[in-house]
Design a protein around this ligand. Sequence first.
Ligand SMILES: [Zn+2]
Length: 292
Amino acid sequence: MFELVNLAGNTYCYTMPTNVVFYVTEDKDAYVIDTGINEKSAKRIISAAEEQGWNIKAVILTHAHTDHAGGCKYLVENTGVNAYATEAERIFVEKPDLEPAIVYGAFPCRDFRGKFMNTPACKVADIKELALPKGMEIFHLPGHFADMIGVKTPDDVYFVADAVISDKTLDACPMSYIFDVEAQYNTLEDIKRFDGKLCVPSHAEPTRELASLAQFNIDSLNKVNSVLLDLLSSPASVEELTAKLMHIWSLPETYMQFVMTSAGVRGHLTYLRHKGLVSYDFDNNRMLWTKV
Ligand SMILES: [Zn+2]
């Protein structure tokens, strides 16, 4: 942890709870991809670059979640460079109240504003305006959040952000927050084709076995769908399904966990509804889902 590792050529990973990737040009210009969770992470990133004699040239955000964008404001203000993200993700960093609101469905009370929902507001430019160094490519990884991107460095290293979650995390609980389950399936099928290249997920070790990890993530989505379909042998509300899943996976009974799990349930119900596998009806004004 907190170690600068050379991955290939001029591509480095700064291992943190949320990994940061540096690509450094021959002129020692460093492109920083993601910024860690807070000001402390940003200070570490600046120090790491200074120790190597690199000039931070630009910050690229894969997406707006706080553990990726929480250090952005400090980094931008203390290096004088711009941060870049896709149009949909920029909005959440510039108006960070929107992130918890989109998960909760309205402006949430303070109990929902833990360290993972606390991005300092920061101006972010459109990634289309960034002149990428020769050989660097941006690719879209929709599913996990609004319009997450990955970055391929000129050294053929693929940074895939939160498109894949580690098998250890998914073993403990196969459901993670997914903005769009169907898009996530498609993204996981796409990134299986990166296998053989060096890939860096945000919360797992760099790997050349991305296809098997992506398949593990697909299997986990399937597992959640299958558990929900079993539960929906009899009609149940979103709250009831949430409570049952929290029991099955022994999740902590907290405001944050309940809202996140409930959002996960809603996301999977959308997917199952679009596949024609579940339907809903009303009973005394209670909206109840059931297997078709
Ligand atoms: Zn994320």
